[in-house]
Design a protein around this ligand. Structure first.
Ligand code: USQ
Length: 397
């Protein structure tokens, strides 16, 4: 297939590009390199040293003989260029990762909220409008988030996107209705992914676009089979308070002797997936495209759930790291349960990589190798969800 990977320079985008290219697909990366600009804005860098995207593509060609094409294009701002690109290139599939993906970054200031909404919602809508206008029929696969569901503990499993409900009509008769699972986003970032769902629903129903939305959990790990092949193919790896995600942060903190930064009681339960499974799920989703006229296909892209304090305890046991309970900079339930259905990917053949010591240790090793690149003062999470929440102070012991 000819596949366009929008956001192909990012943390999940890059390993996906390599995975799909390795499978023999013709892969085009479309990216505005905004994630690299945000590094500059925040004054932090990936733990791992990353080459330019052009250099990464050159190395991949050297290692495998396979060509990756890179197109510098801003999806949210360059609508006409996007449309022309689609008309000229007619991709069979489009993987859409091109959104600002950090919840803390989206809550930093009003400017960051506005940027996240403008960027994410425009990127998605521009893509959908351009696909309709260009008359092509690609399978659009979007990377959404488990966070659209919210984390209220109702004691029931979260279904894959849709909920069957029963309502009573005016005659008092019971009627069945299938609805999108009600969204309850916990940040402006998660809110944009909730808005994306409505855009997808409309364009699937109105224009017959073929769309798959992947509700992904928190990704952990860094290497995939392909990024391991050459030092210069290495994936980016975030440790800072805005972009670093919880499990990877704990592993990096353990590697540099920084106490594990548990927010509040650590009673938050979240869904997780290893980066290797993440790229495999994209492959599986591509193999199971919806037909024109189908509703949006929604998968829960996660393999296991864990409570934050249990993860901290596990890593502490593994590495001897200290655990530190901090005031939570976020507005979120202090404790929640989470049960998630993920049968669709299992039925398609996903063999989950679960949290096992070997892979956890591998991340600690990577972090130790590049520890000299870490600025410890950037480890605390300082973006507060509301003005009355005091930002977490620098607690470096
Ligand atoms: N947390 C800590 N300590 C830390 C960092 C986080 O206790 O040092 C807690 C947070 O308060 C939160 C939980 O860990 O309760 C998860 O935080 P996170 O930063 O790992 O994940 P989140 O902000 O939800 O966002 C990440 C990705 C996002 C993706 C989402 C999937 O950045 O792109 O959509 O995970 S999900 O969480 O399932 O919505």
């Amino acid at each position: 297939m000819k596949i366009a990977v929008l956001g192909g320079d990012g943390f999940v985008g890059w390993p996906t590009v390599l995975h799909l290219s390795d499978l023999g697909h013709e892969v085009h990366i479309i990216d505005n390199l905004s994630r690299r600009w945000i590094d500059t804005e925040l004054g932090v860098q990936s733990l791992t040293p990353m080459d330019s995207i052009q250099e990464r593509c050159r190395i991949w060609k050297e290692v495998t003989g396979k060509t990756l094409r890179f197109h510098l294009l801003d999806l949210a701002k360059e609508y006409e260029r996007l449309k022309s690109w689609l008309v000229e290139n007619k991709p069979d599939a489009i993987i859409h990762f091109a959104e600002q993906r950090a919840a803390p970054y989206s809550m930093k200031t009003d400017r960051h909220k506005v940027y996240t909404v403008n960027n994410n919602v425009s990127a998605t809508h521009n893509l959908l409008a351009a696909v309709v206008e260009s008359g092509i029929d690609p399978h659009i696969v979007h990377l959404g988030t488990m966070g659209v569901y919210g984390y209220s503990s109702v004691g029931a499993a979260i279904p894959e996107g849709y909920l069957d409900v029963e309502i009573e009509n005016l005659e008092g008769e019971k009627k069945e209705l299938e609805i999108l699972y009600p969204t309850k986003p916990g940040s402006v970032y998660h809110m944009t992914k909730s808005l994306d769902q409505i855009l997808f629903q409309f364009y699937a129903q109105n224009d017959g676009l073929r769309i798959t939305d992947l509700h992904q959990g928190i990704v952990w790990g860094t290497h995939t089979e392909q990024t391991r092949r050459d030092e210069q193919l290495i994936n980016r790896f975030d440790y800072d308070g805005d972009y670093g995600t919880v499990l990877n942060r704990f592993l990096i903190q353990a590697a540099i002797g920084y106490p594990l930064t548990v927010h509040g009681t650590g009673g938050q339960t979240r869904a997780f997936i290893h980066i290797q499974d993440s790229v495999r799920c994209i492959e599986l989703a591509l193999s199971d495209a919806p037909e024109r006229g189908d509703r949006v296909k929604i998968f829960n892209q996660m393999t296991e759930t864990h409570r934050v304090r249990d993860l901290a305890a596990l890593i502490s046991k593994l590495t001897g790291a200290e655990v530190m309970n901090l005031p939570n900079p976020r507005k979120e339930a202090a404790e929640n349960d989470l049960i998630v259905k993920n049968e669709q990917f299992l039925a398609l053949g996903l063999n989950p990589t679960t949290l096992e010591n070997g892979l956890l240790a591998e991340v600690v090793e990577v972090a130790k190798k590049y520890a000299h690149r870490i600025d410890r003062s950037r480890v605390p999470a300082v973006s507060a969800w509301t003005k009355d929440i005091a930002p977490t102070v620098n607690h470096d012991p």
